[in-house]
Design a protein around this ligand. Structure first.
Ligand code: SAH
Ligand code: SF4
Length: 413
């Protein structure tokens, strides 16, 4: 769990600042990126494309936007010149603006993206959101945000301390994946970056986790629409089994997640008793552990081949005793489950410490002996504040000193 940060890595991880925040102007024309087929058809109708042609034109646009990743209408060779001109008069193919890209020593990349403020007025301050890419030899996982900030205030989570909160649109959620594929050269024929690790296969992004900023099930419709675009076989085509949505336990939307999206589910459990979970995950006061686990038991499609992941953050002296581990396996009995132990990632001002490594190993052994795979999630990208629970966008920026303090913490654990 040691993270060594060299001087050159710090230099490599530095930031490209584009438009200063004060001079940001919200885009005037709508972008087609992130639109569903039905929305694309409406956009075509609005510029006068005849009803009989719309279905075919939607197919073509879909291919160029989501399969090829084109950023200009001019290159869409199957679409007539006139229509290309009309489209570019009224729409763009813009993605969220990348304000900063940081590359960690371990290859993790974090992008800070700028989005229009609510109401998208010109004098409105823009919002910012983060998106993280975690490469491995065989797979590349993109951690996507669903909200700017989060309303839920889990006591160990940095995102929960951010004041400014709004839901992202489906387009802004898909936009994160589009930006990441642009930056990684993850489109047919594009060039991969040379300054970091990418997996060896055809695709840089093989998996998606809705584990960035925000509670995805408090923005259900947009998350659903976005994920249905991402899984569409004629576009980005990432399988539903390779998409995991993590929730802190918004029980009423758990069933809908299985029924309407069909992706894998992860539940942030973190405690085995309501009393402690009420404190760590305050949403537990509304939907307690029993109710949450009941929703998991009846998650559509749950089976041994499609298990629910239970996330458990390891907080020293708080939830990491051997008795807690035993209670955890008792609690999950009968649910097809995986248990993911997450070493707590510190952030400036956090009141917890990460459990000692030995304690994590002993805890993990109890879980393993009970028949569960119990991988400990290796913290990735701590040096660039990209690890679980560290995301917090510049809507309330960390001072340089806070960042340094965090880097120092990551170096010494
Ligand atoms: N809101 C959703 C998804 C985003 S958080 C949820 O809570 O599930 C993604 C995961 O990171 C959750 O399991 C969350 O509990 C965990 N997490 C939050 N802060 C953390 C921290 N400081 N260290 C380690 N994991 C953390
Ligand atoms: Fe929100 Fe998840 Fe953080 Fe809790 S852990 S504050 S639900 S992002």
């Amino acid at each position: 769990m040691t993270s060594i940060i060299s001087d050159s890595a710090l230099a490599a991880s530095d930031i490209i600042e584009k438009t200063p925040l004060e001079r940001y102007v919200a885009p005037e024309k709508p972008s087609l990126v992130g639109m569903t087929r039905a929305q694309l058809a409406d956009c075509l109708a609005a510029v006068g494309v005849a009803p009989a042609q719309r279905k075919m034109r939607v197919q073509q646009l879909w291919h160029w936007i989501y399969f090829r990743g084109f950023t200009s209408f001019d290159d869409m060779s199957s679409i007539s010149k006139d229509l290309r001109a009309t489209l570019s008069e009224h729409y763009t193919l813009a993605r969220p603006e990348v304000v900063a890209e940081q590359v960690s020593v371990d290859g993790t990349r974090k992008w800070l993206l700028r989005l229009p403020g609510e109401g998208a007025g010109h004098d409105e301050r823009p919002h910012e959101v983060e998106c993280v890419y975690i490469p491995d030899t065989e797979r590349g996982t993109l951690c996507v945000s669903s909200q700017v900030g989060c309303t839920l205030n889990c006591t160990f989570c940095h995102t929960g301390t951010q004041r400014l909160v709004r839901n992202l649109t489906a387009g802004e959620i898909v936009g994160q994946i589009m930006v990441a594929r642009d930056r990684l050269g993850d489109w047919p024929g594009a060039t991969r970056p040379t300054d970091g690790v990418v997996p060896s296969g055809d695709r840089c992004i093989t998996n998606i986790v809705m584990m960035g900023m925000g509670e995805p099930l408090y923005n259900f419709e947009s998350v659903r629409d976005a994920l249905l675009i991402v899984t569409d076989g004629e576009g980005i085509a990432i399988s539903k089994r390779r998409i995991t949505l993590s929730t802190s336990g918004v029980v009423p939307n758990i069933h809908r997640t299985g029924a309407e999206i069909g992706c894998m589910l992860a539940v942030s459990l973190h405690a085995v008793r309501d009393e402690l979970r009420n404190e760590l995950v305050p949403l537990n006061r509304k939907y307690g552990i029993d109710e949450l686990l009941e929703a998991c038991r009846s998650y559509p499609g749950v089976s041994n081949a499609k298990r629910i992941t239970f996330e458990y953050v390891m907080l020293k002296g708080v939830n990491d005793s051997i008795d807690d581990a035993k209670a955890l396996v008792r609690l999950l009995k009968g649910i097809p489950a995986k248990i993911n132990l997450i070493p707590f990632n510190p952030w400036p001002g956090s009141k917890y410490e990460c459990s000692d490594w030995e304690q994590i190993e002993q805890f993990s052994q109890v879980v393993f002996d009970a028949g569960y795979a119990s991988p400990v999630r290796t913290p990735r990208g701590r040096d660039i504040l990209a690890a679980c629970g560290q995301l917090k966008s510049a809507s309330e920026k960390l001072s340089a000193r806070e960042r340094m303090a965090l880097r120092a913490m990551a170096m010494t654990d």
